[in-house]
Design a protein around this ligand. Structure first.
Ligand code: ATP
Ligand code: ZN
Length: 600
């Protein structure tokens, strides 16, 4: 196995396997440092932030205001890096007196900060590459001659240290490999991911937008995106009502006291928007979760064992103050609507209710053709006393209950310590995004804590008061994340039942066939089909191509033949041929297609 020499931040050198993850990260670290050197050489006076290697590649931050780096300049920067590689550059380890190191970067507040942070006993350990120095903070490859298969990928704004109160820097991303075919493979994968990226498709299909100027993480759903969402919302409400849920609407604002009682204020404050002081002693909070609201619904009546399981559900809007660096399209937002539900059960109903919820989730996944998912049992980290509600017995009991419920169902799962909610363990259903990240979509959570804190009770068969157990669950998760996910798995070609425009009718000649097209559309609308007639004065080929780029499931062309035969010519999305058929035959086909997602 090929070995490479790697230097550690203490200046020692070791040999490691080139093809290991460490071997790759050391190469990325050196590439980042070489990019830093190239930037310094190409742009006089540029200020430089961190040069980082991570599991996805490498990146370097630089100052945006004075030195705009654009993607057009990537080839020149790559050439500088490759030139260094040809010259066999080597990393040197130097310990520099802090004053000296600071003097060298005196106009660069970012490098200054990095040096100060890493200084120890008046000195700072640095890697030196030619005339560029950077603090030694990670293992780095010693010899630069292997940095050949490198590509700079993109440039985007990133806050200094990831904090939105800090200045915005420009972050240049790159990827690098020891071998040429590994680089090519990686570039291909990235291209595929880009084509699936819901932010790109969302823009092409005009589904939604997020504009940091009007609110970072606060999405606007445009008519077409809203149509898809409305279809999903109606679908999921129908499924839940059929499963015994009672749907409610509750306010997004609530008195802060409720969140003090629930423990959110204590354990979840960092993710909450600051409370609104109404000036008369009242403090209002934008809810980060809907549980306390549904608890109010439960408490509104005296409950008996006959009411249980009581299933309260809502498409509940909530707000979470996610870090600006974590926000991503619809995938991670600050205002979201959760397909939320809370079921209140007795102790011996937990298992069957858990199984019922899981069955619902899996059946819903089937309807959406979601097949790539895994079960994660999210447990508490017993050492993290700040995050988790302290009651060992409760945790032991609920965690083992969840495990045995999963074993009962014979389902494979993996355990993740420290991923539980503060009030209890959960079963998370994990899916993969186009960029390869694992994200939670659905979740079922067991909770003995909130019923206690809010003093919930029901009258048992014995006539005495008992405490119910709460199960929190989300089936499709938030509308936002679900939409992002669907866009990626379908690559924007939504199945007919979800497609915002299901049929696009193109008259061959406006004067001769426009009316026929309108009559046809009218019939379809009466059958609840989402249809538009393209009356624009454009070439037919153009209109057909556009319907394809908009990924409309059915494009109909109507001319003389079709009009005379009361028929249509149908082109399905992604297919080349066009089929002529009668209006009735087409209506039957599309209605069958729309109804084809299986319902139990
Ligand atoms: P995460 O770990 O992803 O931040 P969480 O564990 O805090 O999520 P829950 O409190 O379980 O999430 O929220 C329920 C569901 O809400 C999640 O399964 C996920 O689908 C969704 N969700 C959570 N945070 C966001 C967000 N910022 N944007 C969009 N959807 C979200
Ligand atoms: Zn809840």
């Amino acid at each position: 196995m090929a070995q490479v020499a790697v230097m550690s931040p203490d200046g020692s050198v070791k040999k490691i396997d080139r093809d290991s993850q460490e071997g790759l990260e050391a190469l990325r670290k050196l590439s980042a440092l070489m990019l830093k050197a190239a930037l310094k050489q190409e742009f006089k006076g540029i200020r430089l932030g961190e040069a980082v290697a991570d599991e996805d590649g490498f990146h370097v931050d630089s100052d945006k205001d004075n030195q705009q780096v654009s993607a057009d300049e990537f080839p020149a920067l790559e050439d500088v890096i490759k030139g260094m590689a040809k010259n066999d550059v080597k990393v040197e380890f130097v310990e520099v007196p802090v004053d000296e190191a600071l003097a060298e970067v005196k106009d660069d507040r970012f490098s200054t900060e990095l040096i100060n942070e890493n200084a120890k006993d008046g000195k700072v350990a640095m890697y030196q590459l030619g005339d560029v120095k950077a603090v030694a903070d990670d293992d780095i490859l010693l010899y630069g001659n292997v940095v050949k298969n490198l590509r700079l990928l993109s440039v985007a704004g990133a806050y200094w240290k990831g904090m939105s109160s800090n200045p915005m820097l420009q972050r240049i991303y790159g990827t690098v490999f020891y071998k040429k075919d590994a680089l090519e493979d990686d570039l291909k994968k990235r291209q595929e991911a880009k084509e699936r990226d819901h932010r790109v498709i969302g823009n092409q299909l005009d589904l939604f937008f997020v504009d940091p100027k009007v609110g970072a993480g606060l999405p606007y759903w445009l008519p077409k995106g809203a149509t898809i969402r409305r279809t999903i919302e109606r679908y999921i409400i129908d499924r839940e009502v059929a499963d015994g849920y009672q749907h409610v609407y509750t306010p997004v604002l609530m008195n802060l006291d409720a969140y003090k009682t629930s423990g959110h204020w204590e354990h979840y404050r960092d993710d909450m928007f600051p409370p609104m002081d109404m000036g008369d002693g009242e403090m209002l909070e934008l809810r980060p979760m809907n549980c306390p609201s549904h608890i109010q619904v439960y408490k509104h009546h005296i409950r008996s064992y006959r009411d249980l399981p009581l299933r309260i559900a809502e498409l509940g809007m909530m707000h979470r103050y996610e870090k600006s660096g974590a926000l991503s399209g619809l995938q991670r937002v600050r205002e979201m609507t959760l397909n939320d539900g809370h079921t209140f059960v007795t102790l011996d109903q937990i298992r069957s209710e858990f199984a019922k919820i899981l069955k619902l989730i899996m059946s819903v996944y089937e309807d959406f053709d979601i097949t790539d998912y895994s079960f994660r049992l999210s447990l508490r980290d017993p050492k993290n006393v700040k995050k988790y509600y302290a009651n060992d017995e409760m945790w032991e009991k609920s965690q083992s209950m969840l495990k045995s419920a999963m074993d009962d169902l014979n389902l494979d799962y993996y355990e993740a310590e420290g991923e539980a909610a503060f009030y209890g363990p959960k079963l998370d259903i994990q899916t993969k995004t186009a960029l390869g990240n694992d994200e939670t979509m659905s979740t079922i959570q067991l909770d003995f804590m909130l019923p206690e804190r809010f003093g919930l009770s029901y009258v048992g068969q014995d006539g005495k008061e008992h405490q119910p157990v709460m199960i929190h669950r989300g089936v499709v998760g938030t509308m936002e994340r679900f939409m992002a996910y669907l866009t990626e798995i379908y690559k924007g070609a939504f199945p007919t039942w979800l497609a915002p425009e299901q049929v696009h009718i193109i008259p061959v000649n406006e004067e001769a066939h426009g009316e026929y097209a309108d009559d046809l559309a009218k019939k379809m609308k009466a059958a609840n089909i989402r249809v538009n007639v393209d009356h624009r004065n454009e070439k037919m080929g153009y209109k057909i191509r556009e319907a394809q780029t908009q990924k409309v499931p059915y494009t109909l062309v109507v001319g003389d033949d079709e009009k005379n035969n009361n028929g249509v010519s149908v082109r399905k999305y992604g297919e080349k041929e066009q089929n002529e058929m009668s209006q009735e035959a087409f209506m039957n086909e599309i209605l069958e297609d729309i109804a084809s997602y299986s319902r139990e």
